[in-house]
Design a protein around this ligand. Structure first.
Ligand SMILES: Cc1cc2nc3c(=O)[nH]c(=O)nc-3n(C[C@H](O)[C@H](O)[C@H](O)COP(=O)(O)OP(=O)(O)OC[C@H]3O[C@@H](n4cnc5c(N)ncnc54)[C@H](O)[C@@H]3O)c2cc1C
Length: 415
C-alpha cells in the first residue's frame, strides 16, 4: 500500500450499511472498504434467527414509532428509501424475500447469498476490500487520515463510518471507533444494550422457561409512560420475547414495570365475573380463573395460570367459594398489573442492538454528513438510533446508507 495514496472514498465497516453503500456507490475510484473481521455482514447473517429479517411490511409511516424518541428525526430518511424500495432493490439483485411472523420480511435464501451479491456489486463499483484491519484513529487536516490498530495509515477525501454498535461484539461491531470520534470532538450518547432480556427482582417464572404468551401489554412506570404490546417469553432467569426486547431500551436498574397478560380484557369486569361465578356455584378455582381470563383470542397457558394462583397462595384444587373477594382481586392484579422492579438488563453480549451512539445533533440528517467534518458520513447503528424487533434496524442501516450515497453522488437510481 503506497503511503501517499489518497482514496476517494473509504468505508469503515462491511456490515449491512457499509456493504449496501458500496454496492450502490458509483463515484470514481480509488475506493476501499475496511473491515475488522475476516467475514463481512455477520449481523445480517445473525438477524431473524439466521434467516435474515431485513425489513417489515407495515406502512412506512408506522416505522417512525418503532425507533423510540428519535424516530421522528429519521422520518425523511425512511421515506427516501423505504421498505418497498429495499424490496425492489433486492429483486433487482435477484434476491427473493418472503413475509412471515406478523409482517416481518425475511430473505428466502441464506443471508450469505445477499452478502455475496452486495460484495460483487461493490467490486464492480471498484471498491477494494481489506479485512482483519481495525480502524482505531481518525485525523483530519484537509483529508482524512485513518489509522489501523497495526499502525497502517490510510488517507481519503470522503470517509464513511459504518461500524455498527457495540452489541454482539464477536460479530466485529465493538465500538472501537468511538474514542477516535470523541477525540475529533464529536458528541456520543452513552452506549447501552437494547433489544435485550430483562432481569427483575424476585423473578417468579424460573420453572416456566420456554412458555410464552402471544399478547401482553408492558408499561414502564415513569413520567413518559412508555408501553409495548407484543409477546413475552419466560426464560429460566429473565423475561424476554419481542415485547420485553422492544421495551428494554427504556429500562435500567430500579425501573418499575407493569405487565398485563390480558390486555384485551377489563380488570373490573374480570373480577366481577369471578365473584359472580363464586356466588353462583362451587367450581374449582383453576377452572373459574381460566374461564374468566381466556375470553380473548389469547389463551393463557395453564401452567402460567397455576403459577399465578400459587403466587397468591391459592390452591388450584381449592374451592372458589372459600376465597375472599379481596383475595380474588389480588389474584386478578397478578394477571392485569403484575409489577416488577428491574434488576438489570442483559449486557452487550446478549443485546441485539445498541441504544445511544453518535449524537444525531452532530449529523446533517439530509445527507448523513458530520456537520463539523464535511466529507465524513456516519450511517447505520453507529448513530443514536435503535429500532424494535421486526426488521427496523436493518431497514435503517439500508435507508441511511442510501441517503449518504445520494448526497455524495446525487444519483437516486439504483441498478
Ligand atoms: C443476534 C442479532 C439478531 C438481529 N436480528 C435483527 C433482525 O431480525 N432485524 C433487524 O432489523 N435487525 C436485527 N439485528 C440488528 C441488525 O443486525 C443491526 O442493526 C444492523 O446489522 C446494523 O447495521 P450496520 O451496518 O450499522 O452495522 P453492522 O451490520 O454491525 O456492521 C458493522 C461492521 O463494521 C465492522 N467494524 C466495526 N468496528 C470496526 C473498526 N473499528 N474497524 C473496521 N471495521 C469495524 C464490523 O466488523 C461490521 O462488519 C440483529 C442483531 C443481532 C446481533
Amino acid at each position: 500500500m503506497s503511503k501517499d495514496k489518497v482514496y476517494n472514498i473509504i468505508v469503515v465497516g462491511a456490515g449491512v450499511s457499509g456493504l449496501f453503500f458500496s454496492s450502490i456507490n458509483t463515484s470514481p475510484g480509488p475506493k476501499l472498504i475496511i473491515n475488522n473481521t475476516v467475514r463481512t455482514g455477520l449481523k445480517l447473517i445473525a438477524s431473524g434467527g439466521g434467516q435474515g429479517n431485513i425489513t417489515n411490511i407495515v406502512k412506512i409511516k408506522e416505522f417512525i414509532d418503532k425507533y423510540g424518541d428519535n424516530g421522528k428525526l429519521i422520518r425523511k430518511t425512511l421515506y427516501k428509501f423505504n421498505n418497498l424500495d429495499l424490496e425492489q432493490y433486492l429483486t433487482g439483485l435477484g434476491v427473493e424475500t418472503c413475509i412471515k411472523d406478523n409482517n416481518k420480511v425475511y430473505l428466502k435464501e441464506k443471508p450469505q447469498n445477499l452478502i455475496d451479491k452486495l460484495l460483487a456489486k461493490a467490486k464492480k463499483n471498484k471498491f477494494q476490500l481489506i479485512t482483519e484491519e481495525e480502524i482505531v484513529d481518525i485525523e483530519y487536516n484537509g483529508i482524512f487520515k485513518i489509522k489501523s490498530q497495526g499502525g497502517t495509515i490510510y488517507k481519503c477525501q470522503q470517509l464513511i463510518i459504518a461500524t455498527g454498535g457495540k452489541s454482539y461484539p464477536a460479530t466485529g461491531s465493538n465500538a472501537t471507533i468511538i474514542p477516535s470520534l470523541l477525540r475529533l470532538g464529536i458528541a456520543i450518547k452513552e452506549l447501552k444494550p437494547a433489544l435485550t432480556p430483562v432481569f427483575v427482582k424476585n423473578y417468579p417464572f424460573e420453572d416456566l422457561a420456554g412458555v410464552s404468551i402471544n399478547k401482553v401489554k408492558i408499561k414502564v412506570i415513569d413520567r413518559k409512560k412508555h408501553q409495548e404490546e407484543n409477546s413475552i417469553l419466560f426464560a429460566h432467569k429473565y423475561f424476554t420475547g419481542p415485547g420485553i426486547l422492544n421495551i428494554s431500551r427504556y429500562l435500567e436498574s430500579g425501573t418499575k414495570i407493569h405487565i398485563n397478560y390480558c390486555p384485551d380484557l377489563n380488570f373490573e369486569m374480570a373480577v366481577g365475573k369471578l365473584i359472580k361465578l363464586k356466588e353462583n356455584n362451587s367450581i374449582k378455582t383453576i377452572s373459574s380463573v381460566s374461564k374468566t381470563l381466556n375470553e380473548s383470542e389469547v389463551v393463557l397457558p395453564r401452567r402460567f395460570i397455576e403459577k399465578q394462583l400459587l403466587r397468591t397462595e391459592l390452591d388450584d384444587k381449592g374451592w372458589l367459594k372459600e376465597v375472599s373477594n379481596n383475595k380474588l382481586k389480588d389474584l386478578m392484579k397478578l394477571f392485569f398489573e403484575d409489577e416488577y422492579q428491574v434488576e438489570n438488563t442483559g449486557g452487550f453480549k446478549d443485546s441485539m442492538v445498541t441504544a445511544g451512539g453518535i449524537a444525531l445533533e452532530e449529523i446533517d440528517l439530509n445527507k448523513y454528513e458530520v456537520k463539523k467534518y464535511p466529507g465524513m458520513y456516519i450511517v447505520g447503528e453507529a448513530l443514536d438510533i435503535d429500532g424494535s424487533t421486526g426488521g427496523y434496524n436493518i431497514q435503517f442501516a439500508f435507508s441511511s446508507a442510501f441517503v449518504a450515497n445520494l448526497s455524495i453522488t446525487n444519483n437516486s437510481k439504483l441498478v
